[in-house]
Design a binder for this molecule. Structure first.
Ligand SMILES: [Fe+2]
Length: 394
């Protein structure tokens, strides 16, 4: 065995607080980090429904001055990243607090690093290009999916190139992640489904990726089990118990993602989601069954573990039967969440398949992490199968 190939890299936030009402601790956690001026990053909808009010009060109660930046939109563009940088640099802030879904938390990370890293944000898009740590940041998710509160990534949309890219750096990690399931109670079913599928994609892709390792595998399998069990009820009913477990599953999946990385599923999702304006989680959820099926020959040793985590008993079944059962379970999960399982159902044109397949291969960072090499023919066949659906579609 060549041990020099077994080289793992783990990066997590300095502190993670999880639990119902944990958001009440934001003031005291901010106090520990120090300073007096907070830039609170959120979105206008969360302001309107009052989710941000308690967080703001907790900070005000500890004597902080709070300025709010609430112009964040879903799937944030690089232009929005530049706008938040301008706002963060306009005053002397000591701390950034992000309250929102993945888009808000990513923009909060960018606000934090923009204070200490000069120039346009665009020049930091890539891996390890930031030169200094940002000002301290506390991240509080209001969805259960992106895991952004525990990852070192901020994804930005480059509209002129119809693509997505990311700022990746250990400086993007939060100082404190506060995950309060209560903040997700107001999430509508459609967002619950979409973000939950993003979390499941993080877990399954982290398990498939070539950088997977004993720590990320443990986290990924644990989160697959939690998410597959609780996502349908969280979508249908949205009760406190299923919300609790989805917040937990999403956070744990984010930790797996942070140390192992996504691969083919996210690359497939990015290859059509910007052009067709499909929410991140929906595009990932649709791509996941096909990415798993394509990768199955390269991850045969993982298939019984994934099956087991999804509640499929591997006993007495061949690897081929288990692979098929996992594939079908991923598709039926989409049905349970009323999410399309074919590109044609999203309005993607047949004559666009070729272009999407070519685009897929441009996401080299994700493709290089995939356990199975993808040729141009593979890419075309894969996107074609996603477009029309598999022959044995349930
Ligand atoms: Fe994602």
């Amino acid at each position: 065995m060549d041990l020099s190939e077994k080289f793992y890299n783990f990066q997590f936030p300095r502190k993670i607080i999880f639990g119902v009402d944990s958001s009440r601790k934001v003031g005291s956690e901010a106090k520990i980090l120090g300073g007096s001026r907070v830039l609170l990053v959120t979105d206008s909808n969360l302001m309107r429904i009052g989710v941000v009010k308690d967080v703001e009060d907790s900070l005000l109660g500890e004597g902080f001055d709070v300025e709010v930046f609430s112009d964040v939109e879903a799937e944030p563009s690089i232009e929005l990243a530049e706008a938040v940088a301008e706002a963060a640099r306009a005053d002397r802030y000591d701390l950034v607090v992000g309250v929102g879904g993945g888009s808000v938390l990513d923009i909060a990370k960018i606000a934090s690093i923009s204070v200490t890293n000069p120039g346009p944000i665009r020049k930091y898009v890539g891996v390890n290009l930031l030169v200094r740590p940002g000002i301290p940041k506390i991240l509080m998710p209001t969805t259960a999916g992106t895991g952004s509160e525990v990852t070192n990534v901020a994804v930005v949309t480059l509209l002129d190139e119809e693509t997505k890219s990311a700022i990746i750096s250990p400086y993007m990690l939060s100082d404190v992640a506060i995950v309060d399931p209560k903040l997700t109670y107001s999430m509508p079913p459609r967002i619950t489904a979409s973000t939950g599928l993003d979390a499941l994609s993080h877990a399954v892709e982290a398990l498939m990726a070539v950088n997977s390792n004993p720590i990320s595998n443990g986290l990924a399998l644990q989160s697959i089990e939690i998410i597959v069990r609780h996502l349908p009820k969280s979508y249908r009913v949205g009760d406190e118990e299923s919300r609790f477990y989805m917040s937990l599953g999403s956070m744990v999946a984010g930790m797996a993602l942070s140390s192992s990385g996504a691969c083919l599923g996210h690359a497939l999702a990015y290859s059509f989601s910007v052009t067709y304006k499909i929410p991140h989680g929906i595009s990932c959820g649709l791509s996941l069954p096909y990415a798993f099926k394509f990768n199955a020959p390269a991850i045969r040793h993982r298939i019984p573990q994934i099956a087991w985590a999804m509640g499929i008993d591997p006993k007495g079944r061949s690897l081929e039967e288990l692979e098929e059962a996992v594939f079908i379970r991923l598709l039926t999960l989409l049905d349970e969440l009323n999410v399309p399982k074919r590109l044609i159902d999203l309005g993607v044109q047949r004559n666009d398949v070729e272009r999407i397949a070519r685009k897929l291969l441009t996401f080299t960072r994700l493709i290089q992490r995939n356990p199975r090499i993808i040729s141009e023919d593979d890419a075309r066949n894969l996107v074609m199968e996603m477009w029309s659906g598999p022959d044995n579609i349930p």
